[in-house]
Design a protein around this ligand. Structure first.
Ligand SMILES: [Zn+2]
Length: 251
């Protein structure tokens, strides 16, 4: 062991060593995020993993979505119904010094604060001195918690903005660690999009199952009354199609 090591710093190692170390840490976070199927769990694995592996004080993910599709907004009775379908950034995961997702900073319009800046330009943002940033001046907790470095990446899938990853540190980001975080963000965007698609398919399938159960129930009741009459136009339409696909008596 040479002198200088054991100080908990990457000093003394070449930038290649530091890069592979970052990669190794983020590989473990990537493994963690791919273990999950539910979007909420994927987001949690990413933010918690970054706090553990990237020496972050706070890691957050805002999804670029409509309030109607956001779990936090859905639970908020005061949410403005007019804003239901308009997309903006919604804080959907937060690990480290703050874990609460609701609150005044839950919804961030494009162009405002740090996440909003990343989303507006769809470009990475690296800041070394958060406390001197005009866009962070309204955020007293940045100074209170001694936060200094900010690394933000847009989460892009097929060129579309899916969200923003923001990672706060109490010290500046080394350029190499920031670059590696960008590789990780590209992987995270795929995992997030994948989980969101799976959830959308599952919701649709669940709805079809319910609709199917309802139709079956309607059919049974109509059979019970002796004839397939169909109380609604929709049911008659479905019955007509069933007749064409599987004529009575074919089974
Ligand atoms: Zn929301």
């Amino acid at each position: 062991v040479s002198e200088g090591e054991g100080e908990g710093d990457s000093a003394g190692r070449g930038s290649g060593g530091a890069a592979s170390e970052h990669l190794e840490l983020l590989r473990r976070v990537t493994e963690g995020m791919t273990l999950h199927r539910k979007l909420e769990d994927v987001l949690g694995a990413i933010t918690r993993g970054l706090v553990g592996a990237a020496d972050a004080a706070l890691a957050r993910i805002w999804l670029y979505t409509a309030a109607g599709a956001c779990g936090v907004c859905a639970r908020d009775a005061r949410a403005d119904p007019a804003a239901r379908d308009a997309r903006s950034l919604h804080l959907c995961a937060s690990a480290g010094i703050f874990e609460d997702l609701a609150g005044p900073l839950h919804r961030v319009p494009l162009g405002t604060y740090l996440g909003g800046r990343v989303a507006e330009h769809r470009a990475p943002l690296l800041l070394d001195d958060l406390q001197a940033e005009p866009s962070a001046r309204d955020l007293p907790w940045i100074a209170e918690h001694g936060l200094r470095g900010f690394a933000g990446y847009p989460l892009l899938f097929d060129g579309q903005l899916e969200g923003v990853l923001g990672v706060f540190r109490r010290r500046p980001w080394e350029p190499e660690a920031f670059r590696v975080l960008g590789i990780f963000a590209a992987q995270a965007a795929i995992a997030i999009k994948n989980a969101a698609l799976v959830e959308a398919v599952e919701r649709r399938s669940e709805r079809l199952t319910l609709e199917n159960a309802y139709l079956q129930d309607e059919l049974r009741r109509d059979h019970g009354s002796g004839a397939i009459v169909g109380r609604s136009a929709a049911l008659r339409e479905v019955l007509g199609r069933l007749e064409r696909v599987a004529p009575t008596g074919s089974t």
